[in-house]
Design a protein around this ligand. Structure first.
Ligand code: MF3
Ligand code: CO
Ligand code: CO
Length: 257
């Protein structure tokens, strides 16, 4: 697939989709508490997206994914399938929301800490957030995509954490997952990709407290760390502009780079 450059009209639609994905995270935040099941969170998000937003939850039936959001708890890295599991005090959980509206997708995820997390868990969640923003700050037209992964990896390693390599960020637009692949570690391949205004892609580093290695559970979706150490991830959808990057999924407490 070729990297598509979005027209101003397409960018407007992506802004709308991005905003809706953020609104879902804001809507669900008060429910992310000890005792709630990940199924209940999925149901609330599904109904909000479908009824209030008149939009489509992109994960539902995507390559057979059975739910409308991904919920990845503790040592789950990504693509956690909502189920009967109840969140409990000390858990950390990533909620990953992708919404399609008017034919365009917006994709964002955040970490939530339940009750009082351990110092170690809180630290990992903060390092993963900093990794996301360090990556975002590398984005500029004329720069190389490889700068994103290089900077994220350098920071994560400096904090004695590791970066998952099997899953990456992605172009996004009319398709949920488009080219290019956005690696969160250094790889000479991404040195060949020059950033151009109008590119839209996600940055979504998965940062592990232990080793980087991961495996998939028998449910064929949920990805977990092999060493069972905790993992954290945050995600934004980004637009490349002439002067840098614009975050299309900016939270109310965040500032554009
Ligand atoms: N939202 C995830 C991402 O950031 C993809 C989830 S695919 C699903 O790319 F099928 F698991 F939903
Ligand atoms: Co996502
Ligand atoms: Co994504």
């Amino acid at each position: 697939m070729k990297i598509s450059l979005k027209t101003p009209e397409e960018i407007e639609k992506m802004r709308v989709a991005g905003r809706l994905a953020v609104d879902v995270l804001d809507m669900i935040t008060p429910y992310v508490q000890a005792g709630v099941t990940t199924d209940e969170l999925d149901r609330l998000c599904h109904d909000y997206i479908v009824n209030a937003q008149q939009a489509i939850p992109s994960p539902l039936n995507y390559k057979g994914f059975p739910k409308s959001i991904c919920t990845s708890v503790n040592h789950q890295v990504c693509h956690g399938v909502p189920g009967k599991r109840k969140l409990k005090n000390g858990d950390i959980v990533n909620l990953d929301i992708t919404v399609m509206k008017n034919g365009y997708h917006g994709d964002t995820s955040r970490m939530f800490m339940i009750g009082k997390p351990s110092i170690r868990a809180k630290r990992l969640v903060e390092i993963a957030y900093d990794c996301l923003w360090i990556g975002i700050r590398q984005v500029r037209a004329g720069g190389y995509l490889s700068e994103v992964g290089k900077a994220i990896q350098r920071y994560a390693v400096s904090k004695k954490c590791s970066v998952v390599q099997e899953y990456c960020g992605h172009g996004i637009g009319r398709e949920f997952h488009e080219d290019p692949q956005v690696l969160h570690y250094y790889n000479p391949k991404s040195e060949e990709i020059l950033l151009q205004p109008g590119m839209t892609f996600t940055i979504e580093p998965m940062i592990n407290a232990g080793k980087r290695h991961v495996k998939q559970l028998p449910d064929k979706w949920t990805v977990v760390t092999k060493d069972h150490n905790i993992s954290a991830q945050w995600e934004h959808t980004i637009l490349v502009t002439d002067t840098g990057a614009q975050v299309l999924t900016l939270g109310n407490h965040e500032q554009q780079p």
